[in-house]
Design a protein around this ligand. Structure first.
Ligand code: ADP
Length: 396
């Protein structure tokens, strides 16, 4: 079975073609396009190159396309992206303005380009279906909750991969197997003789921290929208809700201006005043820009804040994982996030830490009770597997 996993940005299209032989997945091809104005013609270009490369004999050789969809009103999990689901996504456009609109446009264009090929979405919220009720809520009046104001949690595909892979690395095939089947199991929350508690830090263009108990998420630092939690590249992260009416009154800002400021001009860009990319911020900090240095300190502070929250909720931690662009490549920030935690059993081996860059590896010292790991993100594999499972279930 061949599944194309499509990652759509507002002007980008990245893809991976994944082939399954039984449960074994192989990436046949991957690539991407920038400055995309029309997903349909870009997809056709992509399909042609996959055929030319011998990976597909024709577009109908594709069994399905999987999308890492973000959030939809009232639905989650792994679903066929029909009009009903796209409408439910559109009702959440103001929750995820950077994500939902390009996905909806792109999926409609994919449908035209690939008639008859199932288009499947694995929602980023799906991994948080089983989080405890208090972790799903805000302390708002019932009418607000009924209007949809609740915590969701995002980066679900990434943290689910971490849940599985970290369990394998920590020699816990029982938990890893449980995670692999998580979206189909009747008993998502399972007790094991030995519990496995993992804090997963996805630090990249957007960042979030998840607590994972026995393979199942107990919460995520992103709440109602992907604008919350840690500072994002240009999105705000956590903010006291009363700041919004204050800025509206004091500075006469309208709703659109508020939304623009919080979703495009804040986060690491807002704090540093330099860039939304940490590499540029670093350079500025090294040249003495104090705001740039503060942006980096703030990211470290918030990562520790959320990791600490889940450590306490789980009564301790057995594994800490760093993933995504910053988590995989920035040994200095990994060291700062884990600094001074010897009493909690966390000790980094600085040579190991420096040697791991963009690849999988253990970075904790031999005597460290808590295993600290770097695991490259692999959201595409999770999406492809779920799309395959969905297609197989619906064929039978
Ligand atoms: P996205 O969330 O957009 O997929 P990434 O996971 O690639 O983005 O994370 C982007 C962030 O990671 C940027 O702030 C960038 O500075 C940092 N980053 C990505 N790759 C590297 C690298 N090779 N070395 C250092 N930093 C990197």
């Amino acid at each position: 079975m061949k599944i194309l996993v499509a990652n759509l940005g507002s002007t980008s299209f990245k893809y991976r073609l994944i082939s399954f032989d039984g449960d074994d997945a192989t990436v046949l091809a991957k690539g991407g396009y920038e400055r995309v104005t029309d997903y349909e013609s870009t997809l056709n270009e992509c399909l042609e190159s996959l055929s030319a490369g011998g990976h597909l004999s024709s577009p109908s050789d594709l069994d399905g396309v999987g999308f890492k969809t973000v959030v939809a009103d009232g639905v989650s999990g792994c679903l066929e992206l029909d009009d009903k689901v796209l409408d439910a996504m559109a009702r959440c456009n103001d929750l995820a303005p950077a994500h939902n609109p390009p996905y909806i446009t792109g999926i409609r264009q994919f449908r035209k380009a690939l008639p008859g090929v199932p288009l499947i979405g694995l929602f980023e919220t799906a991994f948080y279906q089983w989080i405890p009720e208090p972790a799903k809520r805000y302390a708002v009046p019932a009418s607000w909750y009924e209007a949809g104001i609740r915590r969701w949690g995002f980066h679900g595909a990434s943290h689910k991969f971490i849940a599985e892979r970290s369990a394998e690395i920590m020699d816990r095939p029982d938990v890893a197997g449980h995670v692999r089947d998580l979206y189909i199991t009747d008993q998502p929350v399972r007790e094991f003789e030995r519990p496995l508690r993992v804090v997963s830090l996805h630090l990249g263009g957007s960042s979030s921290v998840t607590g994972i108990h026995n393979g199942v998420a107990i919460g995520n630092s992103m709440g109602f929208s992907p604008q919350s939690g840690l500072p994002q590249n240009n999105r705000v992260g956590d903010l006291d809700s009363f700041a919004v009416p204050l800025m509206m009154r004091r500075r006469g800002l309208g709703v659109d201006e508020i939304e623009k400021a919080l979703s495009r001009e804040s986060g690491l860009l807002g704090l540093s005043g330099v860039s939304n990319d940490l590499r540029d911020i670093d350079k500025a900090a090294a040249e003495g820009n104090a705001n740039a240095a503060l942006a980096i300190d703030y990211l470290v502070h918030q990562a520790r804040h959320w990791a600490g929250a889940y450590l306490l909720q789980m009564g301790g931690v057995d594994g800490i994982v760093f993933t995504a662009g910053i988590g995989e490549n920035r040994a200095d920030l990994r060291a700062r996030i884990c600094a001074g935690l010897g009493e909690l059993g966390v000790e980094i081996d600085s040579n190991l830490n420096e040697s791991v860059r963009g690849s999988e590896g253990l970075i904790s010292a031999a005597g460290s009770r808590v295993k600290v790991m770097v695991i490259p993100a692999n959201e595409e594999l999770v999406v492809a597997r779920e799309a395959r499972r969905f297609i197989q279930k619906n064929r039978n």
